[in-house]
Ligand binder design. Structure first.
Ligand code: HEM
Length: 180
């Protein structure tokens, strides 16, 4: 994944737990530089290793780290120069969700090796929507929960999320029912 993701993990850890914990996580992950270049792609394994070792060092489950990270990502990207893009992506929660592919498509222009997930919305009602999620990766669902909760906060709503359909031999996507 692009360094921007690893940088955000570093930022989340150092802000909440201090530099020493981050150094310990990097040491366990055999990552000597302790820093990342946002616009460079890194192996997915490094990101997963950082999360796994953060889980040990911080005594939190990998899922709760990924979820906290997802929520943090909404604030982090807005602060790191992607605020205008976030503003363009939607004026309402549902509009934003329905434009997630456009958002990543634009990011893809500046990060050509991006392997973005794909999203579509369906069955929208006044206070719910279903979100289809397709990804090349396994294990990112807790991050998606955090992202959706963070987006809810951005639009000042409290959301609940149910995983209603799982990727399987007959379906290429996960589906989430989001209510507010
Ligand atoms: C300006 C805001 C955003 C930027 C700059 C951004 C960029 C990225 C980048 C660089 C990655 C790593 C993928 C790679 O390097 O191959 C990623 C992954 C991901 N993004 Fe975004 N993203 C943004 C907002 C969002 C939002 C709002 C959502 C959903 C609500 C989202 C959903 C995801 C998910 C779930 C992944 C994990 C990868 C996967 O599932 O395969 N992103 N994004």
């Amino acid at each position: 994944m692009y360094g921007l993701v690893n940088k955000a993990i570093k930022d989340l850890v150092t802000t909440n737990f201090g530099e020493d914990k981050w150094k310990e996580i990097c040491r366990l992950a055999d990552h000597v530089e302790e820093d990342f270049i946002g616009m460079n792609p890194y192996p997915d394994k490094l990101t997963f290793d950082l999360v796994t070792h953060a889980s040990t060092v911080l005594n939190m489950s990998p899922g709760s780290i990924l979820e906290a990270f997802g929520e943090y990502w909404i604030l982090y990207t807005a602060d790191e120069g992607y605020g205008d893009l976030m503003n363009l992506t939607g004026n309402t929660f549902v509009e934003f969700l329905s434009n997630l592919d456009m958002l990543h498509y634009r990011i893809n222009n500046i990060m050509p090796e991006l392997q973005a997930p794909q999203f579509s919305t369906r069955n929208e009602t006044e206070n719910s929507v279903e979100l289809e999620y397709r990804s090349h990766r396994e294990g990112m669902i807790p991050m998606l929960y955090g992202l959706i909760k963070g987006l809810g906060k951005r639009f000042e709503i409290t959301v609940s999320i149910d995983h209603i359909e799982h990727k399987s031999a007959t379906s290429d996507c996960h589906v989430f029912l989001i209510k507010w």
